[in-house]
Each structure stands twice: as structure tokens, then as C-alpha cells.
Design a protein around this ligand. Sequence first.
Ligand SMILES: *Cc1c(COP(=O)(O)O)cnc(C)c1O
Length: 256
Amino acid sequence: IWLFYSLSYSFYNIAANLAGIRTGIDSAVQKRPQTVPTVQPILVAVSKTKPLSLIKQAYDAGQRHFGENYLKELVVKSNSPDMAELCPDIKWHYIGTFQKKMASVLMRVSNLHMLETLNGAKEADAVNSRWKSTEPLQVLVQVNTSGEESKSGVTASECTELAGHIHRNCSNLKLAGLMTIGSFGYDCTQGPNPDFTKLAECRKTVCKELGIPEKDLQLSMGMSHDYTHAIEMGSTMVRVGTAIFGARDYNKTEEQ
Ligand SMILES: *Cc1c(COP(=O)(O)O)cnc(C)c1O
């Protein structure tokens, strides 16, 4: 009986959390200035360290896009037999640090929808030469907008070159947009987050250079504490973990 109550309690929480976030997304879209392209944001539920049972609860509440940032964990979760049966339309995003040597492991992810963290031409080539699906793999260029050494990603000035390389030379990849993590703990009451401003500027430059309409390139920016702020600034993809699944216990997973 105790187990039943704890399961139904967390089910209620996840469905309710998702509903609250969807409402927050919709009201943030209404607050966007007219200069921001009218693209409905995609909510990526970041399920790192969280068990399949909670992923399933979110899936049953209508959630389809999920993100993981430990590649081994993503390979295991996406290939679990329960997953194909219980969450057949799941769309996985890899959002962790990406290195060239990880390209072959990435190919072992089932239902991989998007690589959000491409950070170099060699990395792009490594994925491009291995991706064998009929549909190109959607990729985002990760931009290190805050310039912190601990963060992966290209500089704003390298971004256009890498985007161009993917667009012109990687026929198995589709340039789907740009992504940033941004500096930790920015207080949005101080005004527009400079990381988000910078990523939006990068998209302008890339689109001009490659002749792509701005609405065709995603901006993946915003997490649990600032997703509404990010959407008001034009984010089209928010990566939300804690606000859906609760705080993470890192002792339960193997760090990469
Ligand atoms: C963990 C993680 C998130 C989600 O962070 P929350 O604060 O839990 O919403 C988003 N993006 C990346 C790249 C992450 O690693």
C-alpha cells in the first residue's frame, strides 16, 4: 500500500509539473517582443540520473522529447527493452559534452532525435560519416557564449564557420540550430541574460551568411530556473530537468 501511494504521488507530481511548465511556456511566448520569430518552443525533459519509471510517467503525460547528458546512460536507457514497448515515439536529445571519439557510441542510441552539442568540424565529420539513417541527424552547434573554460562549445566567431561546414559538407546531418548552456546562476531580474542575447546574435549571423530564415534555426537555451526568461528572449527549445523530475541524486549514477 505504501508503494502504491508513493507511486501515485510521484505520478501526480510529474504530470502536474509538466502541465505547469507548459503553461509557463505559453505565457512566456505571449510576452515575446515582435522581433522574435514566432516559433512554438519544444520542451526537452532532461532525465539524467532519473529512472525509466519516471520517464514513462512523463511520456504518459504527453512528453516526447527527452534529454540526457551522459552518453553511456543514454545508450542504456534508450535500448532498454521496456523503452521500445512503453515509449515507442520517444525522441532522445544528447545534450552532454561531445568528443570525436564518442561518435561511434552515439550511433548506439535508439531513437536519437538530435545531437545538441556539436563543437567542431572534426566532430561533425565523425558523426556525418557514421550516420546511416535515411533521415539526416539533426544537430545543433554548441556555442560557449560565456567563454568559461569549464564549458564546451565554439566561440561566437567560430560558430558561423562550423555551421557553414555542417550545412555545406555534411549531407547526413541537418543543421537545426544553436545551443548554449550559459554562465551558471545569472539573475534574470538584472535584465536580459547576455548569453541568450549572444546566441540570438549568432543565429542572425549564421542565417545571413547561409541564407536560411531565422525561424528555421532553433535556439536551445533555458533550463529549470530561467526557461520563461529564455523563451521571452526567443528560445525555441528549453531543457528542463529539476522542475519536472525534482532534484538529482548524483550518487546514483556514474559520472563520465
Ligand atoms: C542538466 C542539464 C539541464 C537541465 O538542468 P535543470 O536545471 O535541472 O533544469 C539542461 N541542460 C544541460 C546541458 C544539462 O546538463
